[in-house]
Design a protein. Structure first.
Lengths: 300, 318
């Protein structure tokens, strides 16, 4: 059984922006991505409410951002020159809250209050309540346009701060995404990086069945974005892509991260039912055991 | 009113570095092009994409700017209302919405472009503030206050030339109504272009010995309920006048206040829950119930109801 994360130190180790991608760092972030999945599992199981599948598919992406890439200060969440992360796929916020807590924005011991009455951790992100949350999310499709506004402001200020947005692939069904894509390209926002968690599954089925979006890389390229495709559970690939994105000039960057919904738990992977499914006790124990096994693999 | 708005934007641009202006490609219509000409680096045209217009403004607000987003009024209240609700009202993004061509003022373009439900829709959203200027000077006096206000504001603008009613002494405060004419028989509470018509109605009725109190309610939300209740108690009857549906706007807001705090006869002047049509602006206002004569008739009905009510009779005896 994995020990309770609430018992551990409230802040996890941070590899500063620009630090070399050592094998130790890659293994550590990969391991933590599984620990954080276990935390999310406990939160959702504990409240009998939440979204596991899409939280599991972004574990490595968020670990790389929050514990390496983002220049943020948990002691000063509204520092004006912080990097911005727009968490557009709001339903997956159990993973966002887990990363924010371990980054030191609020106590890890608060995570079990997720979705409870009087909690700061709302069912979908609320910037007025939760330190580290930039904007509200839940209704899908807002991320690209909001992040574009942040990137415009950074440019106006002559600031080197950067803007990241995390999108789901089902979210690409929404028209305002494409309005935002045109806007960011029009203004050549090369301080903006959008990451699409392309896990191929949305609420009622596969994205290819519900609303086909392929060839997705071609679509972003046709909208004049610089496109990077990668394996979204490879910490090494994610870290390298985030560095590469810093070097792209004159165009916004999109990272199409090929991921697995429900990643890490065999019976959840690629199953639409685990978009919002809640495990029973037996399922919970199986999932915890599998995540512990994956965690231990990265300890070796 | 458009020219006053464009001039007010330029003035703000000179006074405040943090003000940025966005448009969904209507800057030639609403005269925000004047700001674009003066401050091109602080002006962003996002194309005919009102949801993105609001969302881009949300991002700018998150990063310390005070964005003024410009589009046709009905589009903020309909196409982009989810963005307004989620990010301005729930999320608290400090974005100002300038709704152009409100009411029937886009008269020839017809009901698809006319806007008679925006106050009702936006008023229902928690944390929203709604301001309706009544003449060109009011635009210039209120816009800086809208920008200085902490939180989202919907600023409702008329397309056309409107009568000038205020002098330099006009000093509006958001959330506070202004009594423009004193009177004891009936209070007319008006906003926007209907303020001038309410004043004219009061002048006509004065010749018949009926004295209207005229209140300009430039802030629809938060509503100055204290003033409304005082007017109800002192005059015993209320008429509302707005260039909007009688459902849910100024009239609806006043009805909610009166029914709870000071039940007196209320007559609502506005569009009578219908779609309108294309035509000359003033003729449309006449046909759809927003003429001076309509206000006069409403005031007479309200006065009659007051005089026939048992409580009024009782108070006369006392």
């Amino acid at each position: 059984m994995i020990s309770s994360l609430a018992d551990q130190a409230s802040t996890a180790h941070v590899y500063p922006y620009g630090a070399p991608h050592t094998a130790e760092m890659i293994a550590d972030l990969s391991r933590r991505a599984y620990e954080y999945r276990a935390q999310v599992l406990r939160m959702v199981y504990g409240r009998k409410s939440g979204h596991i599948g899409g939280a599991f598919s972004i574990a490595e992406i968020l670990a790389c951002l929050y514990f390496h890439q983002l220049r943020i200060d948990p002691t000063n969440p509204t520092w004006s020159d912080r990097d911005r992360l727009v968490f557009s796929k709001g339903h997956a916020c159990a993973m966002l809250y887990t990363c924010l807590a371990h980054r030191g924005f609020f106590p890890v011991s608060e995570l079990p209050t997720f979705r409870a009455l009087n909690s700061r951790l709302q069912g979908h992100p609320e910037p007025r309540k939760t330190p580290g949350v930039e904007v509200a999310a839940g209704p899908l499709g807002h991320g690209v346009a909001i992040a574009s506004g942040m990137a415009l402001a950074a440019r106006m200020d002559g600031s080197s701060r950067r803007v990241y947005a995390i999108l789901g692939d089902g979210e690409l069904n929404s028209g305002v995404i494409w309005e935002g894509m045109m806007t960011a390209a029009k203004f050549a926002l090369d301080n903006l990086v959008v990451i699409v968690d392309y896990n191929g599954v949305q609420q009622t089925g596969t994205t290819s069945h519900v609303m086909p979006t392929e060839p997705i890389a071609d679509k972003w390229a046709a909208f004049n974005w610089h496109v990077i495709e990668l394996h979204g559970h490879s910490v090494a690939e994610i870290l390298d892509a985030l560095d590469l994105a810093d070097e792209i000039h004159g165009r916004p960057v999109v990272i199409i991260a090929r991921t697995t919904k429900g990643k890490g738990v065999s019976y959840m992977e690629n199953q639409p039912a685990w978009h919002g499914g809640i495990p029973d006790e037996k399922q919970f124990q199986i999932a915890l055991a599998e995540l512990e096994e994956r965690t231990n693999e990265w300890k070796a | 009113m458009r020219k006053a708005y464009g001039e007010a934007l330029v003035q703000l641009g000179a006074e405040r570095e943090d003000v940025v202006v966005l448009s969904a490609d209507v800057q030639s219509s609403d005269f925000s092009y004047m700001f674009e000409a003066a401050y091109p680096k602080r002006f962003f045209n996002v194309g005919i994409a009102e949801p993105a217009l609001v969302d881009v403004a949300v991002g700018l607000a998150n990063s310390g700017k005070i964005p003024i987003a410009n589009s046709f009024a009905f589009l903020f209240a309909t196409r982009a209302v989810e963005m307004v609700r989620t990010h301005l009202c729930y999320g608290g993004a400090n974005v100002k919405l300038a709704g152009a061509y409100a009411g029937l003022s886009d008269s020839f373009d017809g009901p698809t472009h006319q806007t008679v439900s925006d106050l009702a829709i936006l008023r229902s959203l928690p944390r929203m503030t709604i301001v309706v200027p009544a003449d060109p000077l009011a635009v210039k006096k209120l816009l800086p206050k809208v920008v200085a206000w902490d939180g989202p504001v919907y600023f409702r603008l008329c397309r056309n030339e409107v009568p000038e009613i205020f002098t330099g002494a006009y000093a509006p405060v958001i959330g506070k109504g202004i009594t423009l004419m004193e009177g004891d028989d009936v209070t007319v509470i008006a906003c926007g272009i209907m303020v001038a018509r309410a004043i004219e109605a009061a002048r006509q009725l004065a010749q018949q010995g009926v004295h209207l109190r005229v209140v300009e309610m430039h802030t629809i939300k938060p509503l100055d309920t204290g003033l409304i209740v005082r007017c109800a108690r002192e005059t015993g009857a209320i008429v509302t006048a707005e260039e909007h549906s009688i459902v849910g706007g100024l009239g609806g807001a006043v009805a909610e206040c009166l029914s709870q705090c000071a039940p007196v006869p209320l007559e609502r002047v506005g569009v009578n829950d219908t779609f309108t049509e294309s035509g000359p602006y003033n003729e449309l206002l006449e046909k759809y119930g927003m003429s001076v004569e309509t206000i006069v008739a409403a005031a007479q009905r309200a006065l009659k109801r007051k005089q026939e009510s048992p409580s009024h009779a009782a108070s006369e005896v006392v």
